[in-house]
Design a protein around this ligand. Sequence first.
Ligand code: C2E
Ligand code: CA
Ligand code: CA
Length: 760
Amino acid sequence: MVGLRVQTKLFLAIAVNIVLFIGVILFIIKPYFIEKSIEQDQAMTQEQIESVTEVFANQRMMQERTLVDWAVWSNAYDFVLGKNDAFVANNMGHETLENLGVGAMIFLNEDNQVVYSEFNKFAHLTSDAEKDAFTKEIVKFSNKSEMKQHAVYGTDYGPVVFMSHPIVKSDGAGPPAGTLIVIQKIGPDFLAAMSAQAKTNLSISPLSHQQLTVETDEQFARVSLPLQAIYQDANWEVNFSVKRTYYTNTQTMLETGMLGLLVLGVGLLLTLFWTINQIVTKRLFEIVKELKRITMERNSRLRIPIKPRKRDEIEEMAISMNEVLDALEQTQKESLSRAFRDSLTRLPNRLAVEEMFTNLPVSSRQIGVMGIDLDNFRRINDQFGQRTGDAMLTFFASRLMFYKEDGFVARIGADEFIFIHPNWATEELTLVANQLIKDLREWGLKQGMNGLTLSIGIDELLDPNVLSYEVMMSRLDVVLHEVKVSGKNNILSYKEIENGSHYLQALEMERDLRHALRNDEFELYYQPIVSPHPFQVRGVEALVRWQHPTKGFISPGVFIPVAEQLGLISEVGRWVLRRAITEIMNHVEHFDLFLSVNVSKRQILDGSFLQELKNVLEETGFNPTLLHVEITESEVGGNIFELQQFIHVLKRMGVKISLDDFGVGTSSLSYLQSLHLDIVKIDQNFVKGIPENTFDRALLEGLYQTFQTLGLEIVTEGVERPEQLAFVLEYSSSLIQGYHYSKPIPLHQLEHYLEKVVVT
Ligand code: C2E
Ligand code: CA
Ligand code: CA
C-alpha cells in the first residue's frame, strides 16, 4: 500500500511538471509567435497591395502612352480633319489594336462626332448597330474640355478603362482637330494578364468601400482596392485576397508542436516514471520486502542482498542497513554470551550447561558428571572479604579448566561448579576430584586459610537419550546433599547412594523421624542467654535433642536439615514450640526470662508456626512478649513478602524477632533493616578467631558498632573462653550465649542452674 502511494506521488509529480512546462509554452510562447505571424502576413498584404497598385498604374501608363502616341500625331490630325484618307488603310485595322493591346480606338472630330472607330476583344459587338450604340455610350464619357482623361466606367459590356486625349499635330501644335478615345476592356483576359503581373488573382467589382479595406478570415486577407487611387474617375474596386501564409503556417506549426510536446510529455512521463521506478522505487521496495522477511523470520544472520555493480546511494543505504543488522547480531551474540557466561570466572553458566546438555551428540554413550561445592564459601567471603572470595573462585575455575580436557566446566551457582566429560567414568572423575581438593587446600594455605574443603558429587550417565538435563541436575543435587549431610570434604558418587548406604539411610531417617514424633523421642535442652556484667540470665534458647532408641543421640545439625528436606520440620517445630512453652512457662515467669525458639523457613511459609503459636498461647495463657522467634539469616533471602507478613503478625502480638546466625548469609544491612528486627545473633564463627585473629577482631568490633548504632539488641554466640568474653565486654553490651556460661542443658539442670545463679 505504501509503495503504491509513493509511485502515485511520483507519477503525479512528474505529470504536473510536464503539464506546467507545456503550459508555459502555450501561454507565453504561442501568443508571441501568432502575433509575429500576423505582422508578417500584414506586411505581405501590404506588399501585395502595392504590387497591384503598381500593376494598374503601369497599365494606365502604357495605355496613356499609346493614346498620346496616336493623338499627338500629324497623320491622325489630318485624318480627323478629313485630309488623310489613306490613314485608316495605312495604320488602322484590327491587328493594330491587337498589337497595341487595346480594346477600342475611337477618333472624334471637333464636334465630337465619330470619325472612325475600331474594336478589338469586343467579340459580341457583331452588328454595326451594336457597335454604334456602344460607341455612343463611350463618347458620352468624353469631355472635350479636359486635356487628358482616364477613368474606369461601367458599360453594358462590363467595366472598361476609358482614356481620351485631344488630337494635335506631331509637334503638339493645336488647335486640336478632335479627340482620340482609347478603351481597354476589363474582361477576363485583361484581369488574367493583370493577375499574372501582380501574381495574385484579381477581380473587379463596383465600389463597395470608399477606401482601401482589408478583411481577414482564418485563411485569407481580402483586399478591396478602390481604383480611384489610380484613375481620375472610377466607381470600381479591385478585389484580391492574400493567403495568410505565416499565420496559418504558424498555427499548424504550433498545433503540431503542441501535439508533439504532448506526445513528448507523455513519453517523458512514462520514461521518467519507469526510470525512477527502476532506479529508486523498485529497489526501495525490494529492500523493504527484504527487511520484512528478515523481521518475519527473526533470523539475525539474514542480510539484504547487495548488488555490487550498482554502487549508488540506495545500495549504500542497503549496506548501511546491513551494518545495522551486523551490529544488532553482534549485540545479540554478546548478550547471549553474557547470558551464557559467568562474568567473574569467564566460565559458562547454568544456562549454558542446559544448552550444552540438550545438544549433546547422541553418540555420547557415557557421560561423566561432577558437581562441586566450595564449603563455607560465604563465610570466607565475610571473613576475608569479597576479593579473596573472588580470587578463590577464579583460582578454582582455572583449575577446572586445567583438568577438563575434552570436557565442559561451568559455574552453576555462587560456590557451585559442574564438570562434564563425555567419556569419563567415576574413576577418572574421582582422580580429578581428589586433585581439586588438594589444589584448593594448598591455595588456601598460601592465602593463610586453613582447611578449605570441597563437597563433590559424581555421577555417570550411561544413556544420554534417556537422561535429561533435569534428571542429571536433580541426581547431582541428591549426591551433593548426601555429601554435605555425611560430613565435609567428601567425594560421593550416585552409584554409592543407589547401592545402599546413603539412600537407605535417608529412607531410614524419614521412618525414624516419624516414629520419633509419635513416640516422644525428642527432648528439649535449654541454653541460657546471659548479660555478663552484672551477671544475669536473661533468657533461654530451646534446642531440640533426639535420643534415638537404637542409634543414640542424633545432633540437630544432622537431623534438622533432613527433616526440612523431607517436609517434617513443621511437625518437629510445632512439637518444640508447644513443649517449650508448656514446660518452661513457669520458670520464665518466675525468673523473668525470655524464651527463644528456632523457626525454619518452611514453617513460616506454610503458616504452621503462627497457627500453633496462637493455639498454644490460647491454651496456656503464656505472655507472648516473653517469646523470641529466631529466623536464620541464610533462610531469609527470597520470599521477602511472606517473611515481612510473618514478622508483622508476630510483632503485633508482642513477640520479638531475632536474626540467627548473622554473618553466614550475605544479606545487606538495609535489607535486614526493612525486616524490623529486634535482636541480632552473631554467629559463633565470628567469635572463634577471637582474640588471636586481627581480622576477626576488626570485623566483630565493626559489627557491634553498626548494630548498636541501629539500636538492635545483640546476642553473641559461641563464647567459650574468657578472652572472648573480655573482648565482647570491651566492645559491646551484647548478651552472651556460649559454653563459657553453659552448654544447652535439660530442663532439670536448667532449674538447678537458675536457682544456683540466683542464689549466688
Ligand atoms: P543454632 O540455632 O545456632 O543453635 C545454637 C547452636 O550452637 C547449638 O547447637 C548450640 O549447642 C551451639 N552452641 C551454643 N554455644 C556454643 C559454644 O559456646 N560453642 C559451640 N561450639 N557451640 C555452641 P545445636 O544444639 O547442636 O543446634 C544446632 C542447630 O540446629 C541450631 O543452631 C539450630 O539451627 C538447629 N536447631 C536446634 N533446635 C532446633 C529447633 O527446635 N528448631 C529448629 N528449626 N532448628 C533447631
Ligand atoms: Ca538458634
Ligand atoms: Ca545460632
